[in-house]
Design a protein around this ligand. Structure first.
Ligand code: TEU
Ligand code: CA
Length: 585
C-alpha cells in the first residue's frame, strides 16, 4: 500500500502548531447515507474514498466518520459489538487503511467516532457480563436488583426512576440473572461501568490501537455521561413526567468525569501530537467546558454543547416553537465570551441528530440559497472550529415526512410508541412536530446528482431520498459559482487565510434585534463585521458608524453588492461581511 506523504497545510493563521484545529474545518460524514459503492443501498467506505476529491475541493481539513464498527444497527451504529473491526456493510479494515492513505495524501485528517459510554448488547463483554452474577465481567456494566419489595419486571420495580433518552425506563430486566441493567439510551445499548478500571483500560487499549493505525483523533459520544453519581438514586419527578424522575443531573458531568478524561489523556494521548479530540456533551455548561478544554488540564481540545439546539423547543425534542433570534444570540454569545480566555468552541448547526438548519432556522423555500449562505457565514466566522454536516454545504433541506411510518430512527419510533396511547393524543400535531425535528431529517441519503437515487446508489436506498434532489445536488452546486457550495468554500478559505477569523476577539452587537444577527471580530487593529438578516423582510442595521462600515471592504456576501445611499439595510436573509483596519465597532 503506497502511503503518499501527507501534506497537511499549515494555515497562515496558526500560532500554535499543535492547535492546528483552530484554523481547521471539519466535515461530518454519516457513512450509511453518504455514498454507496456496491449497490446494496447503504453508504460505505469505498463510497467515501470516491468522494475525497469533492471534499478536497470544498477545502475541509478533517473528516469525522460516524461509527463504522461491527454493530447490529439498533441505533445505526452507535451500538457497537466490536470496536476493532468494521461492519461488513461499510467495508473492511483494509478499506479504512486505504481511506487514511487517500485522505492524508490530500491533506485531510480522519477522526473516528468513539462510543464508549455504552456498547451493543451483542458485544462479547456484555454477553459475558449478563451470563451470570459471578462472571468476571459482571461489573463491567451496571447491574442492580429490583427495587426493595417490588416484583421484578413490573413497572416501578426498576432500581431508579430515570427515563431513557429513547423513552421508557433506563433499566431493562434480564431474566437470566433476575437483575436489571442500565441503559441511558436503547435497551440494546447497555452502559459500561466506568467505575471499573478494567473497563477504562480496555477502552484505552482500543483507542491506542486505532491511533497506532493512523487515525487523527476522536469525536467522543456522550462522553460526559460516563461518570454517574453514586450510589445510584432516583431523580426528582417533574410534573407531566408520569412515573419517571429526572436522572439527567445524576449522570451528566458526574463526579469523576474529569478524573477519567485526565486518565484517558495520560494513557492514550500523552506524547502524541496533531490530534483533534472533541467531546459530545449533552448538558455541558460553560464552566464545565472551560475545565474540559483548558489545555493546561490535558483533557479535550473542544466540546459540543447543546444549548442552541434547544432554543426553538418548548418541551423536549419534539415540541417545536419558532426561533426567537435574541435567544439564539444570547446562547451563542455567552459561549463565545465564556471560552474566550481559555478553551475552544465547536461551531455547528447540524449533525446526524439534528434537523437541517436551512429548514429549522432559515427559509428552505423562496430564500433557501440566501438563508443557507447567511447561516453559514454567521456560524463559520465565530471563534471556534466549524463543523459541516454532509449536505449542509449544498443547502439540503428537511424531508417531507408524511407518516409516522416514515420515521426509521429509534428515538422517533420509541417516542411515538410511548405517546400514541396517551389520552388526548393528537396525531396530526405530533406528526407535524416530529417531522420538523426527527433525526431522520439528517439521515436521508446525500444528494450527489440529478440521476435516479441522486447518484447515492445504483440499488434501492436504505432510506427514501428527498424528492428535491433533482434541483439540490452536489453536481449542480459545484457547477454553479453562486451556489451554497462555493460560498462554503470561500468561508473555509477565509478561515485558512485571515488570522482575525481564527484568533479575533468576539463582540456581539444588537443583542435584542429580532431580525439581525451582528457581531465583530477584532485582532491587531483589523476588525471584521459579520451581519445576517434572519427574516423575509428588509431590515436596517442600526449600529455605530454604520456609514463607515458600508464604505469598507465587503469580504463576502450573498447578494449583489449595492451602492449604499447611506447606512446598511439588509435584504431578506442577506449576509454581509466587512473588513476594516482600525479598532472600529
Ligand atoms: O447523541 C447523544 C444525544 O444526547 C442525542 O441522543 C441527542 O440528545 C438527541 O439525539 C437529540 O435529539 C449521541 C449520538 O450522536 C446519537 O446519534 C446516539 O443516538 C446517542 O449518542 C447514543 O449513542
Ligand atoms: Ca454499500
Amino acid at each position: 500500500m503506497s502511503t503518499p506523504t501527507s501534506t497537511f497545510p499549515a494555515h497562515a493563521s496558526l500560532g500554535d502548531q499543535d492547535a492546528w484545529w483552530k484554523s481547521a474545518v471539519v466535515y461530518q460524514i454519516y457513512p450509511r447515507s453518504f455514498a454507496d459503492s456496491n449497490g446494496d443501498g447503504i453508504g460505505d467506505l469505498p463510497g467515501i474514498i470516491g468522494k475525497l476529491d469533492y471534499l478536497e475541493q470544498l477545502g475541509v481539513d478533517v473528516i469525522w466518520l460516524s461509527p463504522i464498527y461491527k454493530s447490529p444497527q439498533d441505533d445505526n451504529g452507535y451500538d457497537i459489538s466490536d470496536y476493532q473491526d468494521i461492519d461488513p456493510m461499510f467495508g473492511t479494515l483494509d478499506d479504512v487503511d486505504r481511506l487514511l492513505d487517500e485522505a492524508h495524501g490530500r491533506g485531510i485528517r480522519v477522526v473516528m467516532d468513539l462510543v464508549v459510554n455504552h456498547t451493543s448488547d451483542e458485544h462479547p463483554w456484555f454477553i459475558e457480563s449478563r451470563s451470570s452474577k459471578d462472571n468476571p465481567k459482571r461489573d463491567w456494566y451496571w447491574w442492580r436488583p429490583a427495587r426493595e419489595g417490588m416484583e421484578p419486571g413490573t413497572p416501578g420495580a426498576e432500581p431508579t426512576n430515570w427515563s431513557s433518552f429513547f423513552s421508557g425506563s433506563t433499566w431493562e430486566y434480564d431474566e437470566t440473572t433476575g437483575e436489571y441493567y442500565l441503559h441511558l439510551f436503547s435497551k440494546r445499548q447497555p452502559d459500561l461501568n466506568w467505575e471499573n478500571p478494567e473497563v477504562r483500560h480496555a477502552v484505552y487499549e482500543m483507542m491506542n490501537w486505532w491511533l497506532d493505525r493512523g487515525i487523527d483523533g476522536f469525536r467522543m459520544d456522550v462522553i460526559n455521561l460516563i461518570s454517574k453519581v453514586l450510589p445510584l438514586k432516583d431523580g426528582i419527578v417533574h410534573e407531566g413526567e408520569g412515573r419517571f424522575g429526572d436522572g439527567f443531573p445524576l449522570f451528566t458531568n458526574g463526579p469523576r468525569v474529569h478524573e477519567f478524561m485526565q486518565e484517558m489523556y495520560r494513557e492514550v494521548f500523552e506524547g502524541r501530537d496533531k490530534l483533534l479530540n472533541v467531546g459530545e456533551m449533552p448538558g455541558v455548561t460553560i464552566d464545565e467546558a472551560k475545565l474540559f478544554t483548558d489545555p493546561a488540564r490535558k483533557e479535550l481540545d473542544m466540546v459540543f454543547h447543546f444549548e442552541h439546539m434547544g432554543v426553538d423547543r418548548e418541551w423536549g425534542k419534539f415540541g417545536h416553537t419558532k426561533l426567537h433570534l435574541p435567544d439564539l444570540k444570547a446562547i451563542l454569545g455567552r459561549w463565545q465570551e465564556g471560552l474566550e480566555e481559555s478553551g475552544w468552541n465547536s461551531l455547528y448547526w447540524n449533525n446526524h441528530d439534528q434537523p437541517r438548519v436551512v429548514s429549522r432556522f432559515g427559509n428552505d423555500g423562496e430564500y433557501r440559497v440566501e438563508s443557507a449562505k447567511m447561516l453559514a457565514a454567521i456560524l463559520h466566522l465565530q471563534r471556534g472550529t466549524p463543523y459541516i454536516y454532509q449536505g449542509e454545504e449544498i443547502g439540503m433541506t428537511n424531508m417531507p415526512f408524511a407518516s409516522f411510518d416514515d420515521f426509521q430512527d429509534i428515538e422517533a419510533r420509541n417516542y411515538y410508541a410511548a405517546v400514541k396511547e396517551t389520552p388526548g393524543f393528537d396525531p396530526d400535531a405530533l406528526l407535524a412536530n416530529m417531522a420538523k425535528s426527527t433525526r431522520d431529517n439528517a439521515r436521508t441519503p446525500m444528494q450527489w446528482d440529478a440521476s435516479e437515487h441522486a447518484g447515492f446508489t445504483e440499488g434501492t436506498p436504505w432510506m427514501a431520498i428527498n424528492p428535491n434532489y433533482r434541483d439540490i445536488n452536489a453536481d449542480a452546486a459545484v457547477a454553479d459559482e453562486h451556489s451554497v457550495f462555493h460560498f462554503y468554500r470561500k468561508l473555509i478559505d477565509l478561515r485558512h487565510t485571515l488570522p482575525v477569523v481564527v484568533n479575533g476577539d468576539f463582540r456581539m452587537l444588537l443583542p435584542e434585534d429580532e431580525r439581525i444577527y451582528a457581531y465583530t471580530r477584532s485582532l491587531d487593529g483589523t476588525t471584521m463585521l459579520v451581519l445576517g438578516n434572519f427574516s423575509d423582510d428588509e431590515a436596517p442595521v442600526e449600529i455605530d458608524d454604520v456609514d463607515a462600515w458600508a464604505a469598507s471592504e465587503l469580504v463576502i456576501g450573498n447578494y449583489p453588492a449595492q451602492e449604499p445611499a447611506s447606512g446598511i439595510t439588509l435584504r431578506p436573509w442577506e449576509t454581509r461581511v466587512y473588513l476594516r483596519e482600525g479598532d472600529a465597532g
